[in-house]
Design a protein. Structure first.
Length: 166
């Protein structure tokens, strides 16, 4: 199934379910918006995954890539936390034919660094939440992103270091 059809199916199902609950008086506006937000985040992570995997296929098929890089391993799983939720995707690992350097070329194209587990938007969100509340509360408010502990929040704040004021 292509991504557009999959997204359409998810959105229609969520809409119908919420409409039925609303017509039966079984859902409040707050619950309705929370339910839709959850489904839209799910759709967002699917679209990001599809984009990353399409980019990976384009790199793999590139004539320029074939001149300089050899496929070392393909279909390697990776997960990165985003503000929409964790994105699980597959990518290809390459080795440079001349230098012997190893790299995920499609990750580099979108600015994903080696060993990066969180999108920069998640890091910014954690920093913002932690400045106004405890690390534990920031983790709880960010659980949909795949952040599940106050230690993760603390480590991210420490990694960012001092942030200039103003």
């Amino acid at each position: 199934m292509n991504i557009i059809q999959e997204v359409q199916k998810i959105i229609i199902k969520a809409y119908q379910s919420n409409l039925e609950k609303a017509l039966a008086g079984e859902v409040s506006l707050s619950e309705l918006t929370r339910n839709m937000e959850t489904e839209l985040r799910r759709v967002g992570t699917l679209m990001v995954r599809e984009t990353l995997e399409t980019l990976d296929r384009a790199v793999k098929e590139s004539k320029t890539r074939k001149k300089h890089w050899h496929v070392e391993r393909k279909d390697e799983e990776n997960t990165i936390a985003t503000t929409m939720g964790p994105v699980n995707y597959q990518r290809t690992y390459y080795v440079n034919k001349k230098t012997g350097e190893y790299v995920y070329l499609s990750d580099e194209l979108v600015g994903i660094e080696k060993h990066q587990r969180k999108d920069m938007n998640v890091c910014a969100m954690l920093f913002e939440k932690a400045t106004n509340s405890s690390y534990q509360q920031a983790a709880e408010e960010s659980s949909y992103c795949g952040i599940n502990s106050k230690t993760t929040v603390m480590n991210e704040i420490r990694r960012l270091g001092a942030v200039p004021n103003g």
